[in-house]
Design a binder for this molecule. Structure first.
Ligand SMILES: [Zn+2]
Length: 473
């Protein structure tokens, strides 16, 4: 459902209070963040509008035929491998419209893929920005001997002193969602249709999705995992924990106990040493070892340490799913984002972008209470039926006072109506199944076929918040 006026007011109050203080106390480079606004009281439509669009966001001047304002020829980039049988990320595949419409929309469907990939695979960034900075190599040389508190300080200074990206907007970026919505609405218009069904985004009639993930950076964090797991269980959740596989010894007895309780595990690289995506030689040496260790432990998911990445290499990795990209994260060592609050395909993997700001970012880099940002964004994602995917660290959030904030987050997540509480592996499996399903019309009745179709719901686009949502509504 759309945001009710009273709820919009609440969101606005929460955000404005934080945003105002945040920008008014900022230093010069930091104050550039004042351009990031989540909510505003003024605008073309007046009232308490939601406005997640940065003035720097690419604009959709001519609707479906738009091109990004940050133009880059596709030839400038090494393409993300597009294996013949890899699922597609075009707009038709995203919406899963009736197959009867496929032929009539074939041209705009093909075109949409070239637009969408620019967001998903960060092709709006320069080639230099799409890989880890060389300066990080110096940082990793000394990282092991720098005390944790000093590390946070260095990271904060680095983030505040570098030139911020003009795009994507933080904490929400709607450019891709705008494009997908415009594409489907203009497609219906071009076919003379008012409304059609599509395969709903989530199974079993759920209206949005909640996924909890953790990266466990050290033995300090490892010692806190049960404490966080207990809290999650208390609110009806399970989570995925990602471990660097060669950094510290894992206590398998404790992990087995967590697995029996319904938690799952993934690989967080081999070590937090910045090597995996440093050079092609490093990647070719380390990736097979990482994949082999993960296979032996039945770890099906991956998140890159510090979310460092080269998307074209990442897409070749042999995991079921990856969680290395954000929808928007200007604060990571490699800033950027896919602009997506839905899963998508990265080669043969399902990409599950994290969509709530990291605890580390808010607590240690921005020195903010994370709850207002988390709360505003989780409600916004829920309101458009997207995927709320958290990335927190037992190393940082596993102790007071932060664990109390995490518990409040869990409580608020547990109150989101109609949410599918899922593990990353379940979401990846569902998204893969949904991608292979077909929706057809038989005597005016929508019928979904394909593996897992009994869980699918054919829903009218008119009942799908994302298809209707617009800025200023
Ligand atoms: Zn990490």
């Amino acid at each position: 459902m759309f945001l009710a006026p009273s709820y919009m007011g609440f969101l606005y109050e929460v955000w404005f209070d934080r945003h105002y203080r945040y920008t008014s106390q900022a230093s010069t480079p930091y104050s550039r963040l004042g351009d990031y606004q989540l909510f505003t009281t003024s605008g073309p439509c007046g009232g308490n509008n939601i406005r997640t669009h940065s003035k720097y966001s690419p604009d959709f001047g001519d609707g479906i035929a738009m091109a990004l304002s940050v133009r880059k020829s596709l030839d400038e980039y090494p393409p993300v491998p597009d294996s013949a049988c890899a699922p597609r990320n075009d707009a038709f595949a995203f919406w899963k419209l009736p197959m009867e419409l496929a032929t009539g929309l074939a041209a705009s469907t093909d075109y949409s893929e070239s637009i969408i990939r620019r967001y998903l695979f960060e092709e709006y960034l320069s080639e230099q920005q799409r890989k880890p900075s060389r300066l990080l190599n110096y940082y990793y040389l000394f990282k092991a001997i720098i005390p944790v508190a000093l590390r946070h300080r260095i990271n904060a200074i680095a983030v505040h002193s570098r030139r911020p990206l003009e795009f994507p907007h933080w904490p929400c970026e709607t450019a891709l969602l705008d494009y997908l919505r415009q594409w489907v609405n203009q497609s219906l218009l071009s076919l003379g249709l008012d409304d059609v069904p599509h395969i709903s985004f989530w199974p079993d009639g759920h209206r949005c999705c909640i996924v909890l993930t953790h990266d466990v950076e050290s033995l300090v964090g490892f010692d806190r995992i049960e404490r966080m797991a207990d809290l999650e269980e208390k609110y009806g959740f399970r989570s995925a924990l990602n471990f660097p596989l060669k950094q510290y010894p894992l206590d398998w007895r404790r992990l087995e106990a967590l697995k029996r309780r319904g938690f799952e595990f993934g690989a967080h690289g081999l070590a937090h040493d910045g090597r995996l995506f440093r050079s092609e030689a490093d990647f070719n040496e380390l990736a097979p070892l990482l994949e082999q260790l993960a296979r032996e432990r039945d770890f099906r998911g991956f998140r890159s340490p510090s979310t460092l990445r080269r998307v074209e290499w990442l897409s070749r990795m042999a995991f079921d799913f990856d969680c290395s990209l954000a929808d928007t994260d200007p604060f990571e060592p490699q800033p950027g984002g896919s602009c997506s609050v839905f899963p998508f395909f990265l080669g043969h993997m399902v990409e599950l972008p994290y969509t709530l700001a990291q605890d580390h970012t808010l607590i240690h880099l921005l020195r903010k209470d994370p709850l207002p940002v988390w709360t505003a964004k989780l409600h916004w994602i829920a309101s458009i039926g997207g995927m709320i995917l958290t990335l927190t660290h037992p190393d940082y959030s596993g102790v007071e006072p932060h664990i109390s904030r995490y518990e409040t987050l869990l409580k608020r997540l547990s109150e989101v109506p109609g949410a599918w509480r899922a593990l990353p592996s379940e979401v990846a499996s569902w998204w893969r199944q949904r991608s292979a399903m077909a929706l057809t019309m038989r005597n005016g009745v929508p019928v979904v076929s394909g593996a897992g179709c009994q869980r699918a719901v054919a829903r009218q686009l008119g009942d799908e918040p994302l298809a209707k949502w617009e800025h200023g509504q």
